[in-house]
Design a binder for this molecule. Sequence first.
Ligand SMILES: NC(=O)c1ccc[n+]([C@@H]2O[C@H](COP(=O)([O-])OP(=O)(O)OC[C@H]3O[C@@H](n4cnc5c(N)ncnc54)[C@H](OP(=O)(O)O)[C@@H]3O)[C@@H](O)[C@H]2O)c1
Length: 296
Amino acid sequence: MSTPTLNFSPFIIGTMRLGEWGAKMTSAQLEAFVEACLELGLKDFDHADIYGNYSTEADFGKLLQQRPDLRSKIQLTTKSGIKLVSENRANHTIKSYDSSKEHIIASAEKSLAYLSTDHIDLLLIHRPDYLMDPHEIAEAFEILKTSGKVLHFGVSNFTPVQFDLLNKFTPLVNNQIEASIMHLNPFEDGTLLQCQKHGIRPTAWSPLGGGTIFQESDDPKITRIQSIGKAMAEKHGVQLDQLLMAWLLMHPAGIIPVLGTSKLERVKDAMQSLKLKLSREEWYVLWKASTGEEIA
Ligand SMILES: NC(=O)c1ccc[n+]([C@@H]2O[C@H](COP(=O)([O-])OP(=O)(O)OC[C@H]3O[C@@H](n4cnc5c(N)ncnc54)[C@H](OP(=O)(O)O)[C@@H]3O)[C@@H](O)[C@H]2O)c1
């Protein structure tokens, strides 16, 4: 049987801040949050082995054990390849990257167990490993695919050259990158263009700059985005977060933001941003607010 194609919902729910590294949701809170996201039509949940100091996948897995009916409604992404020094991984002596065949397979097996699932929908190499051997990664992916344990594969934080190299050996369906009004690099360094060239939807982490845009700051970039953005948001009758989300969504690569909020209201607000259409000039006004300079 051929693997079904991977279609993301319009936003992905990031889990990094739901557990130990953020909201510390109880099982009941997590269940309510997940169910509400599903009701909104958001089926994608983004994990990594390391989130919550290697604990957040297990929190989610407990929910799936209690509510096995949810699994078929959910699409699970997880990541592998960063090794944190942690009391939960006593054998790690330095923060490092590991994209060896052994580590990718062992890490995916652990994720399957923690998430309490028989398959992962999408496995990403979390960050490019300086010692990356594409043959080895391709071999690991093949073993995980043939066994039915992982359906699709991708990368995160890969430059276009790194993506091209690995994609030559194994088909990649996603590059999850940092992209927002606060982080413009992928708009300029060819990352988004490459996604367009390959017809793959890029997913964007920290789509609201990790929340920095909403905090009091003496960084002129942030204060410019706040003042110019708030005035434009008011003109459209929306909130600043919705305006900045619409700005990201406007790129023709079809960016899918990975939301970091643990608040359902903010997920609902993000959904409303799908309806907001900015003019090209407004897009450039916000670009200029970020860079502080007129374009060439
Ligand atoms: N691939 C990678 O290397 C990588 C790296 C980092 C993250 N990720 C993934 O990307 C996801 C999102 O990243 P992120 O959490 O940095 O995204 P983000 O959505 O840019 O930031 C989320 C933070 O902003 C706050 N926030 C959101 N909307 C706000 C508003 N309107 N007003 C005030 N504060 C607001 C949230 O607080 P509240 O909870 O209070 O709303 C939260 O602390 C993560 O969960 C993870 O799945 C991937």
